[in-house]
Design a protein around this ligand. Structure first.
Ligand code: FMN
Length: 189
C-alpha cells in the first residue's frame, strides 16, 4: 500500500460513516481541554464529512460543557476506530462553532428529523434533572433550536494506524487550512 491509498482509505471510512449509521467511524470520540487543562472526552455522531476540505461536522447542545470548552479553546482531537477496517484514526485540528442565529445552524436544524430536534428541548446537558422524564408529545421540539449548535473540525493532522498482525502500518498526514495535503510520511507504529 502507498501513502496516497492509505490516506484515501481513511477518508473513505469517514465519508461512509457520515452517510451510514452502521459504519465503523459513525461514533467517534471528541476530545477537548477544559479550562483547567484537563482532558475531556465523549462520544459524538459523525454527521458530515467533507473529504476535499478535510472537515468533519458534529451537532451538539450549546449549553453543554464541551461547547464551552471549544469556545475557550478550539484545539481538539477526534479519535475513532473501525473494527471492520482494523483502522484507528486520530484527527487533530481547530473547530469552528456555529450557534443559533448562524446560517449553518439554521439550515442544519431545518433538515433534522423531529425526534432529533426533541433531544435539544430538555434541560441543560449535565444539569441536575428537575422534572421527571416527559413523554415526547409533551415537549416542543422547536424549543431546541436556540440550543442547537454545529461544530466543524478543520483537520490539520491525521494519524492513521492500521492493525495488520505483525505488519502494522502507521502514517501521518498534515493539511493546510483549506485541506490541501502539505506532507505525509510513514512512521513507526
Ligand atoms: C452513542 C452516543 C452518541 C452520542 N452522540 C452525541 C452527539 O452527536 N452530540 C452530543 O452533543 N452528544 C452526543 N452524545 C452524548 C455525549 O457523549 C456526552 O455524554 C454529552 O454530550 C455531554 O458531553 P459534555 O458534558 O462533555 O459536553 C452521544 C452519546 C452516545 C452514547
Amino acid at each position: 500500500m502507498d501513502l496516497k491509498t492509505f490516506e484515501a482509505d481513511a477518508w473513505t471510512g469517514l465519508m461512509d460513516a457520515a452517510a451510514d449509521p452502521h459504519a465503523g467511524f459513525r461514533y467517534v470520540t471528541l476530545c477537548t481541554a477544559d479550562t483547567a487543562q484537563r482532558p475531556q472526552a465523549r462520544i459524538v455522531v459523525l454527521r458530515e464529512c467533507d473529504d476535499a476540505r478535510r472537515r468533519l461536522t458534529f451537532h451538539t447542545d450549546v449549553r453543554s460543557p464541551k461547547w464551552q470548552e471549544m469556545a475557550a479553546n478550539p484545539q481538539v482531537t477526534v479519535l475513532g476506530y473501525c473494527h471492520e477496517r482494523r483502522l484507528q484514526l486520530r484527527l487533530a485540528g481547530q473547530v469552528h462553532l456555529y450557534a443559533a442565529g448562524s446560517e449553518i445552524a439554521r439550515n442544519t436544524w431545518r433538515a433534522l428529523p423531529s425526534h432529533t430536534r426533541q433531544t435539544y428541548s430538555g434541560g441543560a446537558p449535565g444539569g441536575v434533572r428537575v422534572t421527571a422524564h416527559q413523554p415526547d408529545e409533551l415537549t416542543d421540539p422547536e424549543a431546541g433550536e436556540s440550543r442547537f449548535g454545529v461544530v466543524i473540525l478543520h483537520t490539520s493532522r491525521l494519524d492513521a494506524y492500521q492493525l495488520q498482525r505483525n505488519d502494522n502500518q502507521r502514517a501521518l498526514f498534515r493539511y493546510a487550512a483549506e485541506g490541501a495535503l502539505l506532507a505525509s510520511e510513514w512512521i513507526n507504529p
